[in-house]
Design a protein. Structure first.
Length: 255
């Protein structure tokens, strides 16, 4: 998606694997809680995925979501909260409700996660979802996650990765879910800075409206180093789950 100099290719945006909702400048401004002038400036400079249509620009929502994913590690909490608010309003989601914690099934937290490689981590996370009877096609989901990691690593925060399929899987999942795992030692997961990853959040959604909402909420929960340190220090799965719930409740109180 990104070309030389950080510009985005403005060529054809047809892609049958991505959601087809098309937005204009005003809708993007509302969706991401940005000033419309900022949206136009980014589009004019080729710094946000779009294509020129007449005197304006067209934006595919799926590509915008991926663009936000790429920016998450660099965004301040206030900006993340604004994006989360815009996404919630766009899809009619409740702003003040827990999002992540209710999506973690019973048995959906593993400490330690038995994995020493990227593929092993993906398999172990999917196995937890499979055991919770949330996945209809285990092998297909594993392959989808591998393809997504080959496209671009989901290790977006130092020490933390958010593996997920590139697009929603409405027919392959019993319900949208989040699976959490923490390995005993860091493993290579493709982080851009070469750092190792220990904490994993497998995010699988049946619909596109849920995915970015979950990702931005998680980013808010894990924004400061203290939060990640607390999760790394949790003695067992129950303590890690309780810490996540506490962090999400704090986010709701602040934002």
């Amino acid at each position: 998606m990104t070309g030389a100099g950080g510009r985005y290719d403005k060529g054809p945006i047809e892609d049958t694997t991505m959601p087809r909702e098309i937005l204009n400048e005003q809708q993007v401004a509302m969706y991401l809680h940005m000033d419309i002038r900022e949206v136009v400036k980014l589009a004019s400079r080729g710094q946000i995925p779009c294509r020129k249509v007449g005197s304006g620009f067209a934006f595919r929502k799926g590509e915008l979501d991926h663009w936000v994913e790429e920016q998450i590690h660099h965004l301040e909490p206030e900006r993340l909260a604004e994006i989360s608010r815009g996404v919630s309003l766009h899809h009619g989601l409740e702003l003040s409700s827990l999002v992540v914690s209710p999506m973690i099934p019973h048995g959906g937290v593993a400490v330690p996660l038995a994995a020493r490689t990227r593929d092993a981590a993906i398999r172990a996370l999917v196995d937890l979802a499979d055991q919770a009877e949330l996945v209809y096609g285990r092998d297909d989901l594993i392959e989808e996650l591998r393809k997504r990691e080959e496209l671009c690593s989901t290790s977006l925060i130092p020490g933390v990765a958010f593996p997920h399929p590139r697009h929603p899987l409405p027919y392959d999942l019993a319900a949208s879910f989040v699976i959490v795992g923490r390995t005993s030692t860091g493993i290579p997961f493709g982080a851009s800075d070469g750092s190792l990853t220990r904490l994993f959040f497998l995010i699988c959604c049946k619909d596109e409206r849920t995915h970015l909402h979950v990702l931005t909420r998680l980013a808010l929960m894990l924004h400061d180093d203290k939060a990640v340190d607390e999760l790394m220090a949790a003695d067992d799965a129950d303590e890690l789950r309780a810490t996540l719930l506490e962090r999400e409740q704090t986010v709701l109180e602040k934002h």
